[in-house]
Ligand binder design. Structure first.
Ligand code: AMP
Length: 279
């Protein structure tokens, strides 16, 4: 596995790969890798000849008072996991190499970013779109793999690629869960045993909602109340319990296939998200 640390070195490496007639799949991550991230690597191998995993904790997608400083990091462990999973190139730039001190251009998505997590994380998706554009430019990837775990991120990136004619294909890969249903997340490592138990409220709320839908419930309001109630019963502080159109992320009144059920809640000080798409 090749380790690359600057965008220009990454571009040189990508040009070599393309010159051999091979395609590149990019897997953007913030590291502290778990099976969810590694499932994206597996998917990447099925989508392209070479896999580039990017590891970068992007400061500009964290708001003031969010967890940038304490975001879990372990580059040595991540490197070993990438190697073991057959990653071809690990791109791990420094903040200094990614952002000039006087950087003044950003990529802004102004519609989908207003909903769900965007309401409490102003500027977050602007930071995501900017860094993802930079990572696409650096890796020169033909395809990028994102986790459905961050459903809003997938919708925003798809919109960005469409609106900017970015020459890349976006693939969304299913959510990987712990045995008890909790969606895997680097942030789970920060939960105390009690908070870890409570965190189950997110997936349980979603599961109950999907069961109710399958049982004939079509009122979005009833489903929102059900998810919120279930999360609160687990002792979570609910940020949102939403039923939205999977593409526009606008609230819906009636449940039908394609509707995205999305939840966000705090277990202790840790903010967790999860979702399910109705089929
Ligand atoms: P992060 O490091 O949290 O920014 O995540 C990097 C990528 O991994 C994103 O595309 C996430 O959606 C994806 N991801 C994170 N957790 C999971 C999971 N449990 N299942 C599937 N994909 C995930």
């Amino acid at each position: 596995m090749k380790i690359v640390t600057t965008p220009s070195e990454m571009q040189a490496c990508a040009r070599e790969i393309h010159a051999r007639g091979e395609t590149i799949a990019c897997v953007p991550t913030m590291g502290y890798l778990h099976e969810g991230h590694l499932s994206l690597v597996d998917r990447a191998h099925r989508e392209a000849d070479r896999v580039v995993l990017t590891l970068f904790v992007n400061p500009i997608q964290f708001g003031p008072g969010e967890d940038y400083e304490i975001y879990p990091r372990d580059a040595a462990r991540d490197t070993a996991l990438c190697e073991a999973r057959g990653v071809d190139v690990l791109f791990m730039p420094s903040v200094k190499d990614m952002y000039a001190p006087d950087a003044s251009v950003r990529v802004d998505e102004s519609s989908l970013s207003k909903h769900l997590c965007g309401k409490v994380r102003p500027g977050h998706f602007n930071g995501v779109c900017t860094v993802v554009t930079k990572l696409f430019n650096a890796t020169m990837a033909d395809v990028a793999i994102f986790g459905q775990k961050d459903a809003q991120q997938v919708a925003v990136i798809r919109r960005m690629v469409r609106d900017l004619n970015a020459p890349i294909r976006i693939v969304a890969s299913p959510i990987v869960r712990e045995a008890d249903g909790l969606a895997m997340s680097s942030r789970n490592t920060r939960l105390s045993p009690e908070e870890r138990k409570n965190a189950l409220g997110l997936s349980r709320g979603l599961r109950k909602a999907v069961e109710a839908y399958r049982g004939g419930e079509t009122s979005a309001d009833a489903i929102r109340a059900l998810m919120k109630g279930e999360m609160e019963a687990y002792g979570l502080r609910v940020d949102y319990a939403s039923a939205v159109d999977g593409e526009t992320l606008e609230d819906v009144a009636v449940l039908k296939p394609g509707v995205l059920l999305a939840v966000a809640a705090y277990s202790g000080a840790t903010r967790l998200i999860d979702n399910a798409v109705l089929s």
